[in-house]
Design a protein around this ligand. Sequence first.
Ligand SMILES: Nc1ncnc2c1ncn2[C@@H]1O[C@H](COP(=O)(O)OP(=O)(O)OP(=O)(O)O)[C@@H](O)[C@H]1O
Ligand SMILES: [Mg+2]
Length: 521
Amino acid sequence: MMRTPLKILLIEDNADDELLLRRELKKGGLDAVMHRVEKRQEFIQRLKDEDWDLVVSDYILPSFGGLEALQAHRELKPKTPFIIISGTVGEDVAVKSLKAGADDYLLKQNLIRLVPAITRALQNSAERNIREMAEKSLQESRDRMELIIKSVSDFLIFLSCDDQGGFHYQSANPSFFSMLRTVGLNLTEADIVYKSDSEVEDRIFGFQQSTLEWLHSSRREAVEKRQAVNCEHEFRFRDAKLIAEVCLTPIFDADDRCRFMLINGRDITAKRLAENEQRRLHHQLLHAQKMEALGTLSSEIAHEFNNFLGGILGFATIALQSNDREKTSSYLEEINKIVARARQVVYQIHTFAQRQPSRRDVVQVTAALREILPLLQATLPSGIELSSDLEEPGPVILADAGQLQQLVLNLFNNAVQAMPYGGKLQLSVATVTLDAAACAELPKMSPGQFAKLTLVDSGTGMSPEVLNQVFDPFFTTKPSGQGTGLGLAVVQRIVRAYKGSVRLKSQLGQGTTVEVLFPVR
Ligand SMILES: Nc1ncnc2c1ncn2[C@@H]1O[C@H](COP(=O)(O)OP(=O)(O)OP(=O)(O)O)[C@@H](O)[C@H]1O
Ligand SMILES: [Mg+2]
């Protein structure tokens, strides 16, 4: 790049010659500042201390020569263009100067070439600088690339592809060889480079047939699809194996032929083993939890039935000993009550154990509730007021009407038992539409229309701790013989079977609201 004004360092002992040069520069329209030196020492000092656009030197000087100056210049500022001007005619001088590295050689008698020579020398120098910079940055980028290839933890393999579609190993990074060491293969790049895929993979790596076939077909797929193929493969060696995530990338030339293939990936054997172990432990835990739940369930059932049997045995024993017919019949009455209760528990357990409802009929929710309302009214303790608000004709669902009634009875019993000193009970049925936002609050529900059944009581309510456990089978706060803790567990089972939801809102001393939703048909 030419600077204005151009800074020229001139080595010349003759001031007249300097004037000639200045005139020539002016004639050529070159704006230049020229500084003349005569002695070697002065030249070296000025060259060192300042930046120059150009050095012009006489070929022969009394104290030292142009070639000597050129040598010093090449050591100190090799990038600055250097032109030799000589009064001596002779090709040998010109050749010597150019060979020594001068950018140009001019005769004093022919200074008309001066300005074009300077312009060309400066241009050449600028191009040289750009080229050098480009080469330097190319080299830096190569070095960086090599550093990355050597230090990445992923393995990288580079294969070339010949015209017949055969692959040859070109290089592989250190991560690849460390991975091979984990399966007992102590190899270096020299063992595989320039060798064919079959020689390396079959003879040197000792891959089993399945892996050889997988490699062939994956490479073919990548070339045919003209895109990277990603997969996970269990690499089987002669007597070891490893699992790796692999990506095969075909590289095409300008003629659209696959020339190279890059295979990169990582060893995920340890990760997969850890996952398998975690899965195994999880299964083990689930199994243990299942066994524990089964144990609890069995012991609760045994306990419950032991109570029933104890009661029956007790009343039977005194009935047998009694001669009083009236008393005997009252004992038998008690036995009857216990058996009825036991049957009720069996029914609950049966519903609880059932995964799917036994039948699915079209059920009018309001009609099904109207059927049991008289029974509810009849068993209602005094002091409790029952009101109902049932939509007519009301929502229709697909269900087992018996199970729906069992659900309502369980909720009704809970509410009644929560109001030992009386209170208010409201039962309602309505059709509601839930959008996505409303469904987000409910587990596993999708938007749509639902039959909503609500039972509100003004009873004792529940503490948050109790509320947390109410759906656990056999969780009860009631004295032995008054509650098995199966009611809400059964309610939840029924609701889940119909892809519905049940929600309890309760506050100690304020009562409880139970909301049940069933998708309408
Ligand atoms: N409406 C309610 N008000 C206050 N507490 C309730 C109500 N419903 C349930 N609970 C509490 O939840 C517990 C569990 O109820 P769940 O119906 O499962 O069993 P249970 O009523 O104790 O026994 P079971 O229903 O088998 O006779 C009850 O013991 C009670 O503490
Ligand atoms: Mg109950």
